[in-house]
Design a protein around this ligand. Structure first.
Ligand SMILES: *Cc1c(COP(=O)(O)O)cnc(C)c1O
Length: 477
């Protein structure tokens, strides 16, 4: 930074201000960040400035100049420190419910409900009618029952926790037969065999990877069988010579043996997506109607709500699950409950659901609409990038994500950007430049180009997206 270095470090050192001298001029910062934090930062900055001077790396400057420089560095350091590493991004990956990007975006009504619950005391476990202790689950239980046809419901931190709690309650020390075709791994850390081990129940693998028959389950059932579990193979499909046992048959088999039939549904689909022209996914109500005694599903996948895991079904079983001490360790907080109730309420009025719920809005957004947006963005993008890049509109396929409907996709439109030099490094630099924007843009590199799928760019955010393209200055034009 400095071209001429000091010839006399000792003389320069005398120009270094004291901690108190800097502190006196930092009153606004002290007010904002507190005396102790600011003092520590000043000590650090003065310390490294001293080292740099002793090493002869600083040009001569008077005390006033040094103090101003230190004050500037101080403000930047404090600002950087107080910035959360968790921040909003543009999800242009083409995956709507992206686990790494926080899955479902909450609707306005849920945000308001969260703010209200967070900023005040609430009747979380207090029965206002009778003035006595209430039940945390009571706020959403009747809504879940109404929307699924279940008798009772509870909820925990996520669906993985729901499966864990369910098995730990109903299958502790017992056996659970599961089809070899359903021993799924989701997102690297949730594996059915491992969850079963941690739940202290024994997995009994039945059938083959591609084919499992009713008689395989029949043979596996003995006096120590706790329940039958069907796991929705939500992130893959086994195709070809395949067979699985229909839910109704499994329900009947379980009932004959007086054990519960449980379905881990993965995505919490509450409405028939086919009515909106989307690939259909089994709904929670269908599962209950088919004879599932209990179902579990995520709150932040297709349901479009906050992260949580819902368990719904027979009241006797739900009561047992609620009494498991682990429920206390996995329970929902008031903000999640507030958001969940707000989102579930939207499902009571399906006609406004598509407009109000971001997940549904993004899923059902028409190709024409996304394409028109890509057209609007094409020339601002070209202008921001300069002539070193080719920008074209291409048809693409959005994924629903989070394991829902793995092999089905939704037609979408993308801007596809290619560095004309054709170099791999240029492509990676471009991707990085987008990631370093004030509101980072997350796209994907595909077939030697950078793809931005606009399905999840809400029209209200479009202006902000265009404006910050001006900050894309680190890439060669
Ligand atoms: C996604 C999924 C889970 C895990 O749910 P989380 O809410 O991510 O904990 C479990 N089972 C199935 C079948 C899933 O699709």
């Amino acid at each position: 930074m400095n071209t001429s270095v000091s010839g006399n470090p000792a003389k320069s050192l005398r120009q270094l201000p004291s901690v108190d001298a800097v502190l006196k001029q930092a009153t606004a910062l002290v007010k904002e960040y507190g005396h102790d934090l600011v003092t520590v930062k000043i000590q650090l900055l003065l310390g490294s400035r001293r080292e740099s001077m002793l090493a002869g790396n600083e040009s001569e400057a008077d005390s006033t100049t040094i103090t101003l420089e230190i004050l500037n560095q101080l403000r930047l350091a404090l600002e950087q420190d107080s910035q959360s590493s968790l921040m909003p991004v543009f999800n242009l990956t083409g995956t709507i419910l992206h686990t790494n990007l926080g899955r479902a975006v909450l609707p306005r009504c849920a945000l308001d409900a969260v703010a209200a619950a967070a900023s005040d005391s609430v009747n979380l476990e207090y029965d206002l009618q009778n003035g006595e202790r209430g039940e945390r689950d009571s706020h959403f239980e009747s809504l879940v029952c109404e929307l699924t046809g279940a008798e009772a419901a509870t909820a925990v931190n996520n669906n993985a926790a729901a499966v864990l709690l369910l098995l730990n309650t109903l299958a502790l020390g017992k056996e659970v037969p599961v089809s070899r075709g359903e021993l799924v791994e989701i997102g690297g850390s949730f594996r059915i065999p491992e969850i079963m081990e941690r739940s202290d129940c024994t997995l009994v693998e039945v059938g083959a990877t591609n084919r499992t028959h009713l008689k395989d389950y029949q043979k596996a059932i003995n006096d120590n069988t706790a329940l039958l579990l069907k796991v929705h193979t939500s992130n893959y499909r086994i195709e070809g010579f395949t067979a699985e046992v229909a839910e109704a048959e499994l329900a009947a088999l379980a009932s004959k043996n007086k054990i519960p039939f449980v379905m881990d549904m993965g995505s919490g689909c509450l409405v028939d997506l086919a009515q909106y022209g989307l690939p259909s996914e089994p709904t929670a109500a269908q599962a209950i109607a088919t004879g599932a005694d209990l179902i579990t599903f995520s709150g932040d996948k297709l349901l479009g709500g906050p992260q949580c895991g819902i368990i719904a079904g027979k009241k006797v079983l739900i009561d047992e699950i609620r009494n498991n001490p682990l429920k206390r360790a996995l329970r929902l907080d008031k903000m999640t409950i507030a958001a969940l109730v707000a989102v579930l309420n939207l499902y009571r009025n399906p006609s406004s659901l598509l407009q109000e719920l971001p997940a549904m809005r993004q899923l059902t957004r028409s190709l024409d609409d996304v394409h028109a947006q890509a057209e609007r963005l094409c020339s601002p993008m070209q202008a921001a990038l300069g002539m070193g890049y080719e920008v074209v509109i291409e048809a693409t396929d959005s994924q629903i994500g989070s394991g829902a409907l793995p092999v089905k996709s939704i037609p979408s439109a993308a801007l596809v950007i290619s560095p004309l030099c054709g170099k791999d490094k240029a492509l990676r630099d471009l991707e990085q430049a987008f990631r370093r924007l004030p509101k980072p843009v997350i796209g994907r590199i595909h077939r030697g180009a950078y793809w931005l799928d606009f399905r999840c760019l809400e029209p209200v955010a479009e202006q902000n997206f265009i404006e910050q393209l001006g900050s894309l200055e680190r890439i060669p034009k």
